[in-house]
Ligand binder design. Sequence first.
Ligand SMILES: C[S@@+](CC[C@H](N)C(=O)[O-])C[C@H]1O[C@@H](n2cnc3c(N)ncnc32)[C@H](O)[C@@H]1O
Length: 461
Amino acid sequence: MGEPSKNQDALEARIPPTCPASISQILSQAWHHDLASLKPLLDVPGRASVQEPTTGETPLHAAIRSCGPAGAGAVDLEAAKSVLEELFFNGAIWNDVDSKNETPGCVAARLGQKELYEMCVGAGVRAELLFGLLEGYEELESMDEDGDEDEEVVDITDAADGEEIPDLVVETNSAGQPTEKPTEEVQRSEKKAEEEETEILESNPDRAFVPPNAAEAQASQVESAEYLRSNLTYSAGKLTDASANGVMMAWETSIMRLSVDSLLPEQLPGRKVLNIGFGMGIIDGMFAATKPSRHHIIEAHPDVLSHIATSPDCKFGPAWESSAAQEGAYKVHAGKWQDVVPKLLEAGETYDAIYFDTFGEDYSQLRMFFTEHVPGLLEEEGRFGFFNGLGADRQVCYDVYTKVVEMHLSDAGMDVAWQEMDVDMQGLNEEGKGEWEGVKRRYWTLNSEFSFFFLPPPAPF
Ligand SMILES: C[S@@+](CC[C@H](N)C(=O)[O-])C[C@H]1O[C@@H](n2cnc3c(N)ncnc32)[C@H](O)[C@@H]1O
């Protein structure tokens, strides 16, 4: 085995003597990549996902962790891969977090074990697609960061900021949520994870580990209906809800810029634009600067609507609406997109560019939007894009969701193209500090890249 770089990754730290023998045995065989001894132990369903009760170590964590940092020692990587394969085959859970708030994929990323990382991503994609089929939508499990020293997700290439993560390299027509700021689907899944943890704790001593920040994660959930009832505050550089969740923040301006440049590459005047979710109006300001012939905005939150209608800082009020050459060409549609879009479709509205960036909604809503509505709303040469924040608080979740969403977009008959950009992480690296001051949760931790995609025309139906 490779020498673990830090004590915290040592076998005795992860599988302490207090570990129940039946769990310790599986973890040890996984740690030592002893496939022959491990296999029979996995005959009992659920045993591939046992967790050390205090460290949360799973067989996947153990098999990856014992490899140590890539290139640092003589590790039989093939043996490690065979163990991972066997564990996944036996139902090992790809996104269990340990006491350091790391999933197996996070450990692989931190250690630079790229092949093992890719296996975790592959397993995550399969699992999330399956959940999607079984439940109708996908959920990611990802815990809040807790200020722990190991919490930061490290680029799998271990490269300096700005270097690309190979997994996210642009592809056309093969496997991102827009979303959403505090990645709602993640938060929902955290709640679900918490509920499941409780059930498991009661029924399964093999899964008695409870992540240290589970309660905190539960407390930070955002539900759409609750969000739409809460009071919002516009302050310098951000829009926050009543619980100080960041709804929209000025640091995302460069992402909005790339989005507009991708959706309207030639920036020609006279295009028809639809934006769902006004927030701080950043992207609408950019769309307006291209001088569209039609510019529709859908916004559901009463405080945002009131800001639009009355704030002297906002240029999308009544005067903007009446400045259009044609009545109704510039319009803020008040209401949830779920209610407004059917009316636009009924009215025969179509657009050259559609952007989707809501808040407090889970992935099922985004998927419904692009599957059921985008094809009818988009002009033949039109493009659709969204804020790709799915799982953005954890690299491995982001990579899994990027692939899952691409598959769903392809299923919906769309061609997918990705664009990547560096996110300037200055001021974004520390919870509660810099840009995050006054914001409850750091919903973006991807310190080197951002992937955005746009969709050239959907296939004809
Ligand atoms: C992240 S902000 C959008 C930021 C925007 N892209 C910008 O450049 O400032 C999300 C917006 O979506 C709105 N929203 C949330 N759910 C919605 C829904 N179902 N229909 C329409 N708007 C919604 C929120 O009130 C919020 O104003």
